[in-house]
Design a protein around this ligand. Sequence first.
Ligand code: NAD
Length: 294
Amino acid sequence: GKVAKGWEKKADKKIEHAAVLGAGIMGGGIAYQSAFKGTPIKMKDINQDGLDLGLSEANKLLAKRVAKGRMTPAKMGDVLNSIDPTLTYAGFEDVDIVVEAVVENEKVKGIVLAETEKNIDKDAVLASNTSTISITRLAENLERPENFCGMHFFNPVHAMPLVEVIRGEKTSDNAIARTVAYANKMGKKAVVVNDCPGFLVNRVLFPYFGGFNALLRDGADFQAIDKVMERFGWPMGPAYLMDVVGIDTGVHAANVMAEGFPDRMQPDFKSATEVMFELERYGQKNGKGFYEYV
Ligand code: NAD
């Protein structure tokens, strides 16, 4: 991969209006960050509850800034007004970029991306926030794969500086350049990487989760592992991180990594994380994962 130096200058057009699909942990965060940094954004989900959750997260983050005196209430109102929640594709023909952030499931993403492509301008960029699924494979669902790339944010979006911009086999330079420019406008640091399951960061992170699960299988205690990794200097240990990520998302992503790198990802035993998933302990999003949240 290459760092994104110089890419922004190659963009022939600025991103002025955006849209995000999915108002979950990531979609809500992307909407907030885009609006906060001055790009109005439509936020589409399939149910009202999802939209309400995405909006309330944005509200909380903005209220914190106001409470600290770092933003006026009027500005907070403006930012909130530039997030447009919707259950339909109305107005999508006017956006310059759509970032897809629905569930980590290749089939669902394929359907959603194909449907979205029919509702946007022929020139608009379509990007996926997938954690692990190959951009080239997702592009097979599309009529304009040259306009499609990965735009992979990290959680929590407002706090994590990195964005991976992923180049699929058919992605054009222009799509990459515009996406890098949008990432910069959102206050992020972009890195342009080539396509493969997990891109760059998750190729480092998932073997780490694999090591964590192997330790649990050997009888270690998850809280003890977390404490040790914190003392090692990481902001949080692997069990807590899984709860933040979402255990459902983590398990789906781990399966994609195991399929992509069967020699390295040890898919041949049931992990503690999968057991959590079967128990419907999805992490912070539903109040219980490795830890419990009240
Ligand atoms: P989430 O479960 O919090 O949210 C997913 C949202 O998508 C839900 O609100 C759901 O209602 C909505 N949705 C489902 N189908 C839809 C459709 N057809 N149209 C519109 N909305 C739809 O998941 P998340 O953690 O936000 O993950 C979203 C994506 O971001 C996944 O691809 C995931 O791998 C990726 N990602 C997640 C993290 C993380 O730490 N959670 C980090 C980076 C990337």
